[in-house]
Ligand binder design. Sequence first.
Ligand code: FA5
Length: 339
Amino acid sequence: MKDISQLKEEFLKELKKAKKAEERRKICKKYIEEELSSVFCSIKNLAGEKRTKIGKEANELRRFILEQQKKEKEKRKEGEGWIDVTLPGNDPEMGTIHPLTQLQRRCVDIFSRMGFLAVEGPEMENEWYNFDALNFKEDHPVREMQDTLFVKQKNRESLPAKDKLLMRTQTSPVQVRYMEKRKPPFRIIVPGRVFRNEATDSSHEINFYQLEGLMVGENISVANFKAIINFFFQELFYDDIDFRLRPSFFPFTEPSFEVDISCSICAKKGCSVCKNTGWIEVMGAGMVHPNVLESAKVDSAKFNGFAFGVGLDRFAMIEHKIDDIRLFYGGDLRFLKQF
Ligand code: FA5
């Protein structure tokens, strides 16, 4: 450790040599942020009286350098001349957090409280993770359910599925990516952006956000799933929300369901948002298909679980009573500044 009086001498020498104010400011900064902070770091290793003595000297030197720094600043102000402090200042332009980001953060927080870990995966995926590993059979018409944006590649047809690139159509591929590297039990959520080659309308975009959930362990049942999403809906909407499961089909879950929530806009009486049914479809879900567990090298005889995928944009539309999904992506500040 450097001797403090020697350090002060060096500081004064350097300061005297410096011709420009800018150089002098840099020297003060260097001595406070580098030289003195390394002294303060080493002090903790000293014992008893020595520690007190050096600590005191170092603090005095710090005060001395701060004083020099202040003088430099004052000199600069004088050089700049007179400032009219009564003139109005420039208001800084304040941004707001995008409503979808706000919602995503709230969802992550709710699931974290139930022990779910938030993980991410690539937006540019390959066919194997997006389809094959999720039990979408090759040439099965179900691949058409999610119109895919494929990435142009030379000799694409001759490539193996793991090299054929596409923009992921769902967050479900992250289920497999996560499971294949770890041992159950798992409890994860995957927030992220997904892409589909669709004609846009008031409830469909070509890119939107999903939140995937996956829970795998021993003896997991649909009752566990219902308990988890019940808590999620109540925390999200601060309300007692009715929900129902309807039978559905996804290649990667068996049995599969769609989850509907009661329409909070019309209190189940029927309106344009719920298309007069009193219910709004908000997620796909089901018990993870054994083939998916096997694709990720998880023993399907021992472990099972559930998965679900929420469309976050549609949740945000319900939450803020927004009737057109395209407003989220239009970049119109008059819209965005309301959140
Ligand atoms: C899926 O994407 C499945 N991966 C969900 C899933 C996960 C099922 C895990 C089972 C287990 P689906 O294509 O239905 O499913 O999309 C899920 C949600 O995304 C829909 O409920 C809807 O809210 C939203 N969504 C779908 N297409 C669009 C779109 N074009 N624009 C905006 N939101 C959309």
